[in-house]
Design a protein around this ligand. Structure first.
Ligand code: SF4
Length: 464
């Protein structure tokens, strides 16, 4: 208000700016602010603490479309259409004493439209009953079939969507006001933080965190032309694909995996029957059980992840477990013991374990709960950002982007006037010359802040 000379924009202007003009711009704007924080030395961009949360979409809660229901109804309808088409063709055949015409193997809307066109051309050959059936096919069944096909197209890889925000997916939320595990239309938000400042954010339609890590880190790289050498994340991100990518890009990953904490317990360490504790002969590719029997390789199979990553699982089996005195403790299944091992994942997990348990690992793991978790607490609980105000993925991104920038500016202001003044002076002396060296919107903002405003006043404006 002070900057605009107390003239107040209409709410439509604000809304238009937020929902239309900021679309596809918000990530660049956000990155500019982070680059400014980097120049002011508030963030080093050397470490990313990554975590995710789900925030409810602006869609109505009870407007779900489930893949299972759509597929089931579509199948029923297809069977019905096939049967009606078969009846009509049978009637024509009996009329003309001709051989029966072939039924379409698979009925989709396109095929049905063609069939109807052919039948309409031969309407004179059809009896009253068949004409009625053709009419029903055209007016009832075809639109329903088209609707199911459109719904499946909208679903894509997802299992659900909301009718009032088709890009939102139904997810299980932490905030469960009904206490019944109800799923709500939401977006999965991933953030990277450093010193409780958000350095990267991205939104996803998938509820799982595992498959979001790589696109999230790639976005960080695209924004700042560098990848942070250290990434810290919880067990939700510890997959073979993520570990392999991080290793390939020489990122020191302090990323836990499932059972990392269970592995630290005495009970696990003493479990001599656990597949992880069996002796493995790498040269001859076999395991040895506690009774000294070999578990030889009996095959391997491939497993494809959600993102198309292929893992190889090897299968090993003991020759004879019958009569073994340790059988009760060893395994519960029938026959001889079988274990499945993903050797690549085992190697990557061993590397991750070594890192996580190192002195450096403990130092990085310690602040993780107070990094992204605290930021989510600030944004969701203190700033009451518990539901998006705009619909569709692109607009929800704008909504969260503004909240993330506001969080960062508030955090900077809370760091104190003196620190901000010092940072501005440092930046102005060493990195920036107002009006001479323009590196983007952030440089301009910094130059203007320093040249035209009293920094103290500027900080009070931010804090207000
Ligand atoms: S049950 Fe089979 S695999 Fe387990 S210890 Fe006995 S012989 Fe070995």
């Amino acid at each position: 208000m002070w900057l605009s000379g107390r003239s107040t924009p209409d709410f439509r202007t604000i809304n238009d700016f937020r929902s239309r003009r900021l679309q596809n711009q918000i990530q660049d704007l956000f990155a500019e602010v982070v680059r400014l924080m980097h120049r002011l030395e508030y963030v080093s961009l050397q470490t990313q603490y990554v975590d995710g949360t789900k925030i409810e979409s602006a869609a109505n809660r009870y407007t779900f479309v489930w893949r299972g229901a759509v597929e089931k109804n579509k199948q029923k309808l297809e069977t019905k259409i096939k049967s009606v088409l078969s009846d009509i063709k049978q009637a024509i055949k009996e009329d003309r004493k001709a051989p029966a015409e072939q039924l379409p193997g698979k009925v989709d809307a396109h095929r049905l439209r063609e069939e109807l066109q052919q039948l309409n051309e031969r309407v004179a050959e059809l009896g009253k009953k068949e004409q009625k059936q053709v009419k029903k096919l055209a007016e009832e069944h075809l639109p329903r079939l088209e609707k199911y096909e459109q719904q499946l197209e909208k679903l894509g890889e997802r299992n659900s969507y909301s009718k009032t925000d088709e890009e939102a997916t139904f997810m299980r939320m932490k905030e469960d006001h009904m206490k019944n595990g109800q799923l709500k239309p939401a977006y999965n938000i991933q953030i990277s933080t450093e010193g409780q400042l958000i350095t990267n954010f991205s939104l996803y339609q998938r509820p799982g965190d595992t498959s979001t890590l790589l696109p999230h880190l790639q976005q960080f790289q695209a924004h700042y032309q560098t990848q942070s050498p250290v990434v810290v994340a919880d067990a939700g991100y510890g997959s073979e694909q993520n570990y392999a990518w991080l290793e390939e890009h020489q990122v020191a990953a302090y990323v836990k995996y499932n059972y990392f904490h269970s592995e630290q317990k005495r009970r696990f360490k003493r479990d001599i029957f656990h597949a992880q504790h069996l002796y493995y002969n790498q040269q001859q590719d076999f395991f040895v059980c506690p009774m000294g029997q070999r578990l030889e390789k009996v095959g391997e199979h491939k497993r494809t992840s959600e993102l198309g990553y292929i893992s190889t699982i090897s299968r090993y089996q003991a020759r004879r477990c019958q009569g073994c005195p340790l059988r009760g403790q060893c395994f519960k299944g029938r026959g001889n013991r079988v274990i499945e091992v993903n050797h690549r994942l085992q190697r990557l997990k061993a590397r991750a374990r070594e890192r996580l348990l190192s002195e450096e690992g403990v130092r990085h793991r310690r602040p993780r709960p107070i990094e992204p978790e605290a930021v989510f607490g600030q944004v969701k609980s203190n700033n009451r950002f518990t539901r998006f105000r705009l619909r569709t993925l692109a607009k929800a991104e704008v909504d969260f982007g503004l909240a993330a920038m506001a969080h960062n500016l508030r955090k900077l202001a809370s760091k104190g006037v003196k620190a901000f003044e010092e940072a501005l002076e440092r930046a102005a002396a060493g990195l920036l010359r107002p009006h001479e060296q323009s590196g983007g919107a952030a440089d301009g903002l910094l130059a203007h802040l320093f040249a035209f405003f009293n920094p103290r006043a500027a900080v009070f404006q931010l804090a207000a």
